[in-house]
Write a protein that binds this ligand. Structure first.
Ligand code: R5P
Length: 301
């Protein structure tokens, strides 16, 4: 298998290739003076299975479109099979037409990914709320991996947790809170969140038992930081000893990073699906394992 990456996941691509004892194959990606992107495959890929690693953060449209050009370049160079690895998959939030007239973004993006000739998809902690199974959303084989066990193990190794408790900031985060709690040998609970707009949310406190505890607050992603900041304020008010905020995707738009600490977090831990100052946990091993296991399955091993 050949490993390549788009510009959004250059370093992660190198790490995945290294985990698989390979060297990442070269792709030239540059811009024409008018802003159009140019993509050229530089290493031979004919007859090969190629894993393309590309996250869709901060400028998701750009990186999505770049992915399409990479696939075109690979197919034009006779690659046999395209295995897409989207560590952070944008556009998953709009998985329903909530208001009349809205675009169903997730479905459109999936159609585009399939139409360019992608054969298989891997994502990590995709924002699956109303769509329970990514395999059903795609018409091609698609798998959602989770970085949460690795995040929890990192927290266990690096913070001497005293009376740990795990919290999710909203109903949907139950899936991540449950897994983290299991790894940490702790209890978990979730808060009640109401989204008023893309930037404004309201979180209702519950009868939380966090006094004197080390609280691990976990969510799939931090965008504006509003969700976690509100949750952190409540946890602090209830007398937690320390608050360790964690997420798989630290998209961290605008002042999200500052906002989390201003709200009272002691630490913030994330992965490198989105490169950030808090990408302490690498998902390279998780991706490499998935690609290796897939090869083993195909070989009948
Ligand atoms: C929402 O359901 C997600 O799981 C996150 O809680 C949300 O996307 C985070 O966004 P923000 O950081 O802007 O509150």
């Amino acid at each position: 298998m050949i490993i390549v990456s788009g510009t959004a996941s250059e370093v992660l691509g190198i790490k995945v290739a290294r985990e698989m004892q390979k060297t990442k194959s070269k792709i030239e990606i540059k811009r024409f003076p008018d802003g159009e992107k140019y993509v050229r495959v530089l290493d031979p890929v004919a007859g090969e299975e190629v894993a393309v690693i590309q996250s869709f953060y901060r400028t998701p449209d750009e990186f999505l479109f770049e992915y399409f050009l990479i696939v075109d370049a690979l197919k034009g160079s006779d690659a046999k099979r395209i295995i897409a690895v989207f560590p952070y998959f944008a556009y998953a939030r709009q998985d329903e037409r909530f208001k009349p007239g809205e675009a169903l973004s997730l479905e459109s993006v999936i159609k585009l990914i399939e139409s360019v000739g992608t054969n298989e998809v891997y994502t990590i902690d995709m924002h699956l709320h109303r769509v329970a199974d990514i395999g059903k959303a795609f018409g091609i084989p698609a798998y959602n991996l989770s970085a949460v066990p690795e995040i929890a193990r990192y927290i266990k190794r690096n913070f001497e947790l005293k009376e740990p408790a795990v919290l999710g900031p909203d109903e949907e985060s139950e899936q991540w809170a449950r897994v983290a709690a299991k790894e940490l040998g702790a209890n978990y609970d979730i808060l009640e969140k109401k989204r008023l707009s893309a930037e404004k949310i309201e979180i209702k406190p519950r009868s939380l038992e966090v006094k004197g505890k080390d609280v691990v607050l976990i969510d799939d992603m931090i965008s504006t930081g509003g969700t976690l900041a509100e949750a952190i304020k409540i946890i602090r008010k209830e007398g937690a000893r320390r608050v360790i905020a964690a997420c798989s995707h630290a998209v961290l738009v605008e002042n999200a990073y500052t906002r989390i600490f201003e709200a009272g977090a002691d630490y913030l831990v994330s992965t490198d699906t989105v490169p950030s100052p808090v990408s302490y946990v690498s998902v390279a091993g998780l991706i490499a394992d998935a690609l290796r296991n897939r090869l083993a399955k195909r070989k009948g091993g």
